[in-house]
Design a protein around this ligand. Structure first.
Ligand code: C5P
Length: 221
Protein backbone atom coordinates (compact mmCIF):
# COMPACT_ATOMS: atom_id res chain seq x y z
CA UNK A 1 0.00 0.00 0.00
CA UNK A 2 1.52 3.33 -1.06
CA UNK A 3 2.78 5.83 1.55
CA UNK A 4 0.28 8.75 1.52
CA UNK A 5 1.68 10.35 4.67
CA UNK A 6 2.02 13.80 3.02
CA UNK A 7 -1.60 13.83 1.93
CA UNK A 8 -3.05 17.29 2.68
CA UNK A 9 0.46 18.79 2.88
CA UNK A 10 1.69 21.33 0.33
CA UNK A 11 5.23 21.72 -0.97
CA UNK A 12 7.07 24.36 -2.97
CA UNK A 13 10.30 22.97 -4.39
CA UNK A 14 12.84 24.75 -6.59
CA UNK A 15 15.28 23.01 -8.91
CA UNK A 16 17.91 23.64 -11.52
CA UNK A 17 20.12 26.53 -12.54
CA UNK A 18 19.14 30.04 -13.55
CA UNK A 19 20.18 31.76 -16.78
CA UNK A 20 21.29 35.36 -16.62
CA UNK A 21 21.42 36.72 -20.15
CA UNK A 22 24.39 38.76 -21.43
CA UNK A 23 22.81 39.27 -24.87
CA UNK A 24 20.07 37.38 -26.78
CA UNK A 25 22.32 34.36 -27.44
CA UNK A 26 24.54 34.09 -24.34
CA UNK A 27 23.98 33.69 -20.66
CA UNK A 28 25.77 33.06 -17.35
CA UNK A 29 24.74 29.86 -15.59
CA UNK A 30 26.07 26.86 -13.63
CA UNK A 31 26.19 23.07 -14.12
CA UNK A 32 23.10 22.25 -12.03
CA UNK A 33 21.04 19.47 -13.66
CA UNK A 34 18.04 20.03 -11.40
CA UNK A 35 17.94 16.29 -10.62
CA UNK A 36 17.96 16.68 -6.84
CA UNK A 37 14.97 19.06 -6.84
CA UNK A 38 13.08 16.98 -9.39
CA UNK A 39 13.61 13.81 -7.32
CA UNK A 40 12.46 15.64 -4.18
CA UNK A 41 9.32 16.75 -6.03
CA UNK A 42 8.70 13.20 -7.23
CA UNK A 43 9.22 11.76 -3.72
CA UNK A 44 6.94 14.35 -2.06
CA UNK A 45 4.22 13.74 -4.68
CA UNK A 46 4.62 9.97 -4.34
CA UNK A 47 3.84 10.33 -0.62
CA UNK A 48 0.64 12.20 -1.39
CA UNK A 49 1.93 15.79 -1.20
CA UNK A 50 0.52 18.66 -3.25
CA UNK A 51 3.71 19.74 -5.01
CA UNK A 52 4.64 22.86 -6.98
CA UNK A 53 8.02 22.70 -8.70
CA UNK A 54 9.61 25.99 -9.77
CA UNK A 55 12.29 24.94 -12.14
CA UNK A 56 15.13 26.68 -13.98
CA UNK A 57 15.83 26.13 -17.68
CA UNK A 58 17.25 22.98 -19.28
CA UNK A 59 15.93 20.61 -16.62
CA UNK A 60 13.96 17.57 -17.70
CA UNK A 61 10.86 17.25 -15.57
CA UNK A 62 9.00 13.96 -15.93
CA UNK A 63 6.97 14.02 -12.76
CA UNK A 64 3.26 13.54 -13.31
CA UNK A 65 0.98 15.14 -10.77
CA UNK A 66 3.39 17.94 -9.93
CA UNK A 67 2.48 21.53 -10.81
CA UNK A 68 5.43 22.67 -12.90
CA UNK A 69 6.38 26.34 -13.20
CA UNK A 70 9.32 26.95 -15.56
CA UNK A 71 11.47 30.05 -15.01
CA UNK A 72 14.63 31.46 -16.57
CA UNK A 73 16.38 33.98 -14.32
CA UNK A 74 16.80 34.39 -10.56
CA UNK A 75 14.40 37.35 -10.64
CA UNK A 76 11.75 35.17 -12.36
CA UNK A 77 12.34 32.46 -9.77
CA UNK A 78 11.94 34.95 -6.92
CA UNK A 79 8.64 36.20 -8.37
CA UNK A 80 7.15 32.73 -8.84
CA UNK A 81 8.36 31.57 -5.41
CA UNK A 82 6.77 34.59 -3.72
CA UNK A 83 3.48 33.92 -5.54
CA UNK A 84 3.48 30.27 -4.45
CA UNK A 85 4.97 30.52 -0.96
CA UNK A 86 1.78 29.77 0.97
CA UNK A 87 2.68 26.10 1.57
CA UNK A 88 3.63 23.82 4.48
CA UNK A 89 7.14 23.06 3.25
CA UNK A 90 9.55 24.96 0.98
CA UNK A 91 12.67 23.20 -0.28
CA UNK A 92 15.15 25.38 -2.16
CA UNK A 93 17.24 22.96 -4.17
CA UNK A 94 17.87 25.38 -7.06
CA UNK A 95 21.37 26.62 -7.84
CA UNK A 96 20.42 30.28 -8.14
CA UNK A 97 22.88 32.54 -9.94
CA UNK A 98 24.32 35.02 -7.47
CA UNK A 99 24.76 37.75 -10.10
CA UNK A 100 22.97 39.05 -13.16
CA UNK A 101 24.27 41.24 -15.98
CA UNK A 102 23.65 44.90 -15.16
CA UNK A 103 22.63 45.89 -18.70
CA UNK A 104 22.10 42.91 -21.02
CA UNK A 105 22.61 43.85 -24.68
CA UNK A 106 19.45 43.73 -26.82
CA UNK A 107 21.53 42.60 -29.84
CA UNK A 108 24.27 40.00 -30.16
CA UNK A 109 27.61 41.35 -28.91
CA UNK A 110 30.14 41.14 -31.76
CA UNK A 111 33.60 39.72 -31.19
CA UNK A 112 35.33 41.65 -34.02
CA UNK A 113 37.57 44.47 -32.87
CA UNK A 114 37.15 43.60 -29.20
CA UNK A 115 40.19 42.29 -27.35
CA UNK A 116 38.53 42.65 -24.01
CA UNK A 117 34.93 42.65 -22.83
CA UNK A 118 34.02 43.74 -19.34
CA UNK A 119 30.67 42.80 -17.86
CA UNK A 120 29.17 44.64 -14.93
CA UNK A 121 27.20 42.33 -12.64
CA UNK A 122 24.57 43.14 -10.04
CA UNK A 123 23.92 40.90 -7.06
CA UNK A 124 20.71 38.84 -7.38
CA UNK A 125 18.11 38.72 -4.62
CA UNK A 126 18.58 35.83 -2.20
CA UNK A 127 15.30 33.96 -2.64
CA UNK A 128 15.80 31.64 0.34
CA UNK A 129 16.55 34.59 2.62
CA UNK A 130 13.45 36.46 1.37
CA UNK A 131 11.30 33.40 2.02
CA UNK A 132 12.98 33.08 5.43
CA UNK A 133 12.00 36.67 6.34
CA UNK A 134 8.36 35.97 5.53
CA UNK A 135 8.21 32.43 6.86
CA UNK A 136 4.85 31.38 8.29
CA UNK A 137 4.49 30.20 11.90
CA UNK A 138 4.57 26.45 11.26
CA UNK A 139 6.10 26.58 7.80
CA UNK A 140 9.26 24.55 7.21
CA UNK A 141 11.97 26.11 5.03
CA UNK A 142 14.87 23.99 3.87
CA UNK A 143 17.87 25.15 1.84
CA UNK A 144 20.75 23.46 0.08
CA UNK A 145 24.43 24.35 0.21
CA UNK A 146 26.92 23.24 -2.43
CA UNK A 147 30.29 23.62 -0.78
CA UNK A 148 33.92 22.92 -1.65
CA UNK A 149 35.35 23.11 1.89
CA UNK A 150 34.34 23.39 5.60
CA UNK A 151 30.99 21.77 4.84
CA UNK A 152 29.29 21.90 8.24
CA UNK A 153 30.59 25.32 9.22
CA UNK A 154 29.57 27.02 5.96
CA UNK A 155 26.20 25.25 5.93
CA UNK A 156 25.32 26.29 9.49
CA UNK A 157 26.25 29.91 8.69
CA UNK A 158 23.90 29.82 5.66
CA UNK A 159 21.09 28.19 7.63
CA UNK A 160 21.24 30.95 10.24
CA UNK A 161 21.77 33.84 7.81
CA UNK A 162 18.80 32.82 5.63
CA UNK A 163 16.39 31.91 8.43
CA UNK A 164 16.20 28.25 7.34
CA UNK A 165 14.95 25.41 9.54
CA UNK A 166 17.38 22.94 8.00
CA UNK A 167 20.06 22.83 5.35
CA UNK A 168 21.25 19.99 3.13
CA UNK A 169 24.94 20.37 2.32
CA UNK A 170 27.18 18.53 -0.06
CA UNK A 171 30.81 18.77 -1.08
CA UNK A 172 30.62 19.24 -4.85
CA UNK A 173 34.30 18.36 -5.27
CA UNK A 174 33.62 14.75 -4.14
CA UNK A 175 33.07 12.14 -6.83
CA UNK A 176 29.48 10.93 -7.24
CA UNK A 177 28.21 13.99 -5.43
CA UNK A 178 26.30 17.08 -6.47
CA UNK A 179 26.12 18.64 -9.93
CA UNK A 180 24.94 16.51 -12.85
CA UNK A 181 25.32 13.02 -11.37
CA UNK A 182 22.53 10.64 -10.28
CA UNK A 183 23.96 10.04 -6.81
CA UNK A 184 24.60 12.29 -3.87
CA UNK A 185 26.20 12.27 -0.44
CA UNK A 186 24.80 14.95 1.86
CA UNK A 187 24.79 16.18 5.43
CA UNK A 188 21.45 17.50 6.69
CA UNK A 189 21.72 19.92 9.60
CA UNK A 190 18.78 21.40 11.46
CA UNK A 191 18.14 24.22 13.90
CA UNK A 192 17.86 21.93 16.88
CA UNK A 193 21.41 20.64 16.34
CA UNK A 194 20.47 17.47 14.45
CA UNK A 195 23.07 16.16 12.01
CA UNK A 196 22.27 13.36 9.54
CA UNK A 197 24.38 11.89 6.75
CA UNK A 198 22.62 10.44 3.72
CA UNK A 199 24.02 8.89 0.56
CA UNK A 200 22.70 6.96 -2.41
CA UNK A 201 20.78 7.74 -5.56
CA UNK A 202 19.19 11.19 -5.61
CA UNK A 203 15.83 9.38 -5.39
CA UNK A 204 16.88 7.54 -2.20
CA UNK A 205 18.46 10.68 -0.70
CA UNK A 206 15.21 12.58 -1.41
CA UNK A 207 13.22 10.06 0.61
CA UNK A 208 15.73 10.27 3.48
CA UNK A 209 15.45 14.08 3.47
CA UNK A 210 11.64 13.82 3.43
CA UNK A 211 11.72 11.37 6.36
CA UNK A 212 13.39 14.16 8.36
CA UNK A 213 10.84 16.67 7.03
CA UNK A 214 8.08 14.40 8.33
CA UNK A 215 9.68 14.42 11.79
CA UNK A 216 10.05 18.23 11.65
CA UNK A 217 6.37 18.54 10.69
CA UNK A 218 5.36 16.52 13.74
CA UNK A 219 7.44 18.90 15.89
CA UNK A 220 5.93 22.00 14.24
CA UNK A 221 2.32 20.99 15.00
O1 C5P B 1 24.26 30.07 -3.09
P1 C5P B 1 24.13 29.63 -1.64
O2 C5P B 1 25.15 28.61 -1.25
O3 C5P B 1 24.04 30.78 -0.69
O4 C5P B 1 22.74 28.85 -1.59
C1 C5P B 1 22.24 28.32 -0.40
C2 C5P B 1 20.73 28.22 -0.50
O5 C5P B 1 20.17 29.50 -0.81
C3 C5P B 1 20.20 27.26 -1.56
O6 C5P B 1 19.06 26.63 -1.00
C4 C5P B 1 19.82 28.17 -2.72
O7 C5P B 1 18.74 27.65 -3.47
C5 C5P B 1 19.41 29.44 -2.00
N1 C5P B 1 19.67 30.68 -2.78
C6 C5P B 1 18.61 31.45 -3.15
N2 C5P B 1 18.81 32.64 -3.84
C7 C5P B 1 20.06 33.01 -4.16
C8 C5P B 1 21.17 32.23 -3.78
C9 C5P B 1 20.93 31.06 -3.09
O8 C5P B 1 17.46 31.10 -2.86
N3 C5P B 1 20.23 34.16 -4.83
Amino acid sequence: CPDRSFSGRSFLITAGPTWEFIDPVRFISNPSSGKMGVELARAAWYRGGDVTLVCGPGVSVDVPGVRFIPVISAEDMLLRCMENRDVDVIIKAAAVGDYRVATPSSSKIKREGRERLTLELFSNPDIAARLGEEKGESQILIGFAAETNNLDENAVKKMNAKGLDAIVANDVTEEGCGFGVDTNRVVMLDRSGGRFEFSGSKEDVSHMILDRVAVMMEGAK
